[in-house]
Ligand binder design. Structure first.
Ligand code: HEC
Ligand code: HEC
Length: 340
């Protein structure tokens, strides 16, 4: 029991630090942990009460930050009337992925995140601030532009994230701060099988062609009731959700809408396959991805774009199986360390 608890904590911290480091040290343990059989973390899952904040400048700023996360498309989306405030490139909201304004356990929450920054980013190969991490999601998940670093939006988002870490010591690890880790398949995930899962379990909300369902009509800046999963108004190919391990675990712990980590609706197999189907679909492309992860050994095994330090194909990095890649990276790391 202790060791399985440790496995989850250990993975949470790895995802926490950047979600970009390779998960090698955890994998073997994870595979041994029966899925979702680990002690629930809800006893420690607390969300600070935003309604208790006074209606002063600080309270207003934190609330504006919350609104920017939950109504991104209406405030800084590509259809807002004020052209100078069109920062996001698609009509997703941050909470399309960071569910319930970033407060849902295992729903890619933003709770505890502020307490863990600045942090090393394997993607950048340097330590990044919380503001820089937000810019990462602006440019990729939101397929948009960087926010003015000292502007009111960035200040409000950072204030809200700090508020969400209320009472959490600097450097503390917050279990539940990702979307969980289910065992990996020992085969490649199969987009063809995933297509059937998608038709049965997802299309009713997200649309037959992944186009989602708008709250109103195109151009009104009201965003989506059900966000698009691919196509021109979705996240781009540099986003975390375009990586299979990230997408499959998010889907397993959170989809269909209302699903929780403790009571998943999909089998692990179906979650892997449907994630493969979604990540096989067309989406916006971002320039310069070859500059990501300057230390190639730190590249996540499921990054679908090269270059890679190992000899595996882009196809296997996209769909798995990942264990052979992880083993090869481990060997390369040992070799490197031996030469030091
Ligand atoms: C009942 C409606 C519903 C169903 C069914 C549903 N979703 Fe979702 N999905 C949502 C909503 C709403 C969100 C936004 C987050 C939230 O509020 O839960 C979302 C968010 C997502 C996201 C992240 C946001 C994005 O645009 O990429 C993914 C990925 C996703 N869903 C995949 C799936 C998959 C795969 C299935 C089928 C297994 C599925 N969903 C079934 C309603 C649904
Ligand atoms: C399409 C899904 C998606 C959307 C939309 C999205 N993000 Fe993210 N975000 C992710 C994923 C996946 C991760 C973790 C994996 C990674 O690092 O890429 C993440 C990580 C983060 C982190 C670091 C969390 C941690 O635990 O270290 C922050 C902060 C963040 N996002 C902020 C935002 C903000 C602010 C927005 C809106 C402007 C946003 N995100 C929109 C998917 C999304």
């Amino acid at each position: 029991m202790l060791s399985s608890k440790y496995a989850v904590l250990c993975c949470a911290s790895i995802v926490a630090v950047s979600a970009l480091t390779i998960s090698q040290p955890c994998r073997a343990d994870d595979a041994a942990v029966p899925d979702a059989a680990v002690a629930p973390t809800s006893s420690t899952w607390t969300v600070p009460d935003i309604d208790k904040l006074p209606d002063d400048v600080w309270g207003k700023t934190v609330r504006y930050g919350r609104d920017l996360i939950s109504k991104t498309s209406s405030l800084i989306g590509p259809e807002v009337a004020d052209v100078s405030r069109r920062f996001a490139g698609n009509n997703l909201d941050c909470q399309s992925c960071h569910i319930n304004a970033g407060t849902k356990e295992f729903g890619l929450p933003l709770i505890g995140v502020y307490a863990d920054f600045p942090a090393y980013s394997a993607r950048l190969g340097q330590v990044e601030t919380i503001q820089e991490r937000i810019q990462g999601c602006m440019e990729r998940s939101m397929n948009g532009k960087r926010l003015p670093p000292e502007g009111p939006e960035m200040i409000a988002m950072a204030a809200y994230l700090m508020f969400l870490s209320t009472g959490r010591p600097v450097g503390a690890n917050t279990p539940g701060r990702d979307s969980g880790r289910m065992p990996e398949l020992d085969r490649a995930a199969d987009p063809a099988k995933g297509k059937t899962v998608y038709a049965n379990m997802c299309a009713a909300c997200h649309g037959a062609n992944g186009e989602g369902q708008r709250a109103g009509t195109a151009g009104d800046a009201k965003g989506y009731v059900f966000p698009p999963l691919w196509g021109p108004d979705s996240f781009n190919d540099g986003a975390g959700m375009d990586r299979l391990i990230e997408a499959a675990n998010f889907i397993r712990s959170n989809m269909p809408q209302g699903t929780t980590w403790k009571a998943p609706a999909l089998s692990p197999e179906d979650a892997w396959d449907v994630a493969a189907y979604i990540d096989s679909q067309p989406r916006p492309s971002v320039q310069g991805l070859d500059r990501d992860y300057p230390n190639r050994l730190e590249k996540p095994v499921d990054a679908a774009y090269g270059p890679y330090a190992d000899g595996f194909s882009a196809e296997q990095h996209k769909y798995g199986p990942f264990a052979p890649i992880e083993a090869s990276i481990k060997k390369l790391e040992e070799l490197r360390d031996a030469q030091r």
